[in-house]
Design a protein around this ligand. Structure first.
Ligand code: ADP
Length: 500
């Protein structure tokens, strides 16, 4: 088995990887920036190395520094987690020049999949339908116009090397094509260093479906069920479920196609193929060549530790599972708890965790790096925790989720817990009538804002009653008013709010 793994990440995924290392008796090595000396992953790892000061390019994205740390610490493998350098072919190829192993596919595969256009071509070769659009990157306005004319509006312009929901522009009519094209190219250049963009038909109100797969270094590939990630904000997932709504046959057929695509790519380690679904049609979107944020819901319904499998594959072990061994049981839901204010356009939040209550009980998992008194820095991803719930059926998972969300308190940091509570109470969500524009269609933020106003009005009413009278009846009101003021003071009252 591997002896020492360097974890090139922070936050909940670094903690998750450390746990997998411990289970396999592998020593874990953490890295940290100047904002992170007291981060949980640093406390938990067997060793930790300071990345020095500076912007993220100088720390968690500094390839030379990280490889030096890998050598100095005697690491025999590097796990990149998700985000940061996880999809960087340059990073993987630098590691390939050493004796250290990369927990992920080869640099060649990463390079190919980094370009969404190449990934689409591979999918077409594997007979997987893709979204109609431009054959390659768009080089001129006239070329863009003729593609849009052919496929019809609305269209979406996407950065070929994009990720994280950034660099996408929806265009509804020819009049805004030029501005959107230029805008998208400049965002692509700014965030991804490459200005290439391409055009696709905009599939309105689609559902997001994805297939998890694992491939070892000996040509064995298995698909490990599907997930639905249709509840999104700004093209980023916030609630994921496993399995998706696909029937067994469609799921297995899709899984087989994904495995042959992975074979064509000579893919190794864990990966996810993403699709858009509308009216019975599935369109390939992209492959994410790394562990996904939402991997725990697959773990919950398959009982397979995906991160441990990643490490075993890197250790040149053959997959312990054949396709027939993979069975799905029950239903799992993941709620991404983000430090962001859903009532202020999801503006990122920071602060000190003044109180933390993590839900417990059967079938409840909470992956986080928070602890009481932890100071959350404001320059990293807003994900602060993942609440993962299992039920025999979806309805049971929803009921358990409602109870767990009520228990969850993160005082001191405004988060999107109230948004999740509102979504759970939505009838369309309960009956699984969900699409990627669910939040807008169901006016979830407006409903939240309404509750906020009701809560303030109720508190004010209690306050005025309290001032004028002094009866036993009002003692109860006063008690609630005091509680309310205390919650508000700690900026956590939205976590405590119960929706009717
Ligand atoms: P990223 O790599 O930035 O995460 P993706 O290509 O995976 O971007 O797309 C993220 C989300 O954007 C999808 O789940 C979907 O909601 C939306 N999206 C992407 N392409 C299309 C499309 N052609 N039509 C409609 N929505 C799309």
């Amino acid at each position: 088995m591997l002896d020492k793994v360097l974890i090139v990440n922070r936050g909940e995924i670094a903690v998750r990887i450390i746990r997998a290392c411990r289970l396999l008796d592998i020593k874990s090595i953490a890295i940290f920036s100047e904002e992170d000396p007291s981060a949980l992953h640093v406390k938990m790892a067997d060793e930790a190395y300071h990345l020095g000061t500076g912007a993220v390019q100088d720390t968690y994205l500094n390839i030379q520094k990280i490889i030096q740390i890998a050598h100095d610490s005697g690491a025999d493998a590097i796990h990149p987690g998700y985000g940061f350098l996880s999809e960087s072919s340059i990073f993987a190829s630098e590691i390939e020049k050493t004796k250290i192993k990369f927990v992920g596919p080869s640099s060649k595969v990463l390079e190919e999949l980094g370009n969404k256009l190449i990934a689409k071509t591979y999918a077409e070769e594997a007979n997987i339908p893709t979204v109609p659009g431009s054959a390659g990157a768009i080089t001129s306005l006239s070329e863009a116009e003729s593609v849009c004319e052919e496929i019809g509006y609305p269209i979406i312009i996407k950065a070929a090397f994009g990720g994280g929901g950034k660099g996408m522009e929806i265009v509804n009519s020819p009049s805004s094509l030029e501005v959107s094209l230029l805008g998208c190219q400049s965002i692509a250049k700014k965030f991804f260093g490459r200005k290439e963009v391409f055009i696709e038909k905009y599939i309105s109100s689609p559902r997001h479906v994805e297939i998890q797969f694992l491939a070892d270094n000996f040509g064995n590939i298995v698909h490990i069920g599907d997930r639905e990630c249709s509840i999104q904000r700004s093209h980023q997932k916030i609630i994921e479920e496993a399995p998706s709504f696909l029937d067994n046959k469609t799921r297995n057929d899709l899984g087989e196609k994904v495995c042959s695509l992975a074979e064509k790519l000579k893919y190794t380690n864990a990966g996810t193929a993403e699709f858009l679904w509308r009216e019975g049609n599935l369109y390939f979107n992209e492959i994410n060549p790394r562990i996904q944020v939402e991997h725990p819901i697959t773990e919950m319904i398959t009982n397979i530790d995906l991160v441990a499998q990643q490490l075993r594959i890197t250790n040149d072990e053959e997959l312990a599972y054949k396709q027939k061994d993979i069975t799905l049981r029950g239903h799992a839901i993941e709620f991404r708890i983000n430090a962001e204010d859903p009532l202020k356009s999801f503006y990122p939040q920071s602060g000190v965790v003044s109180a933390l209550n993590i839900p417990g009980g059967n079938f409840v998992r909470f992956d986080t790096f928070l602890y009481p008194s932890y100071k959350l820095p404001n320059n990293y991803d807003s994900l602060i925790g993942k609440l993962i719930i299992w039920g025999e059926y979806r309805k049971e998972a929803i009921e358990r989720s409602r109870s767990a969300l009520k228990e969850l308190t993160i005082a001191g940091i405004t988060s999107n817990i109230s948004l999740h509570k509102a979504i759970l109470e939505n009838h369309e969500f309960q009956s699984r009538e969900i699409t990627t524009d669910f939040l807008e269609i169901n006016k979830i933020q407006e409903i939240l804002s309404h509750y906020e106003k009701m809560k303030i009005a109720a508190a004010y009413r209690i306050h005025t009653l309290n001032k004028g009278m002094n009866t036993n009846l009002l003692k109860g009101f006063r008690k609630r008013n005091e509680d309310y003021n205390r919650w508000k003071q700690q900026s956590k009252f939205e976590q405590q709010r119960n929706f009717p």
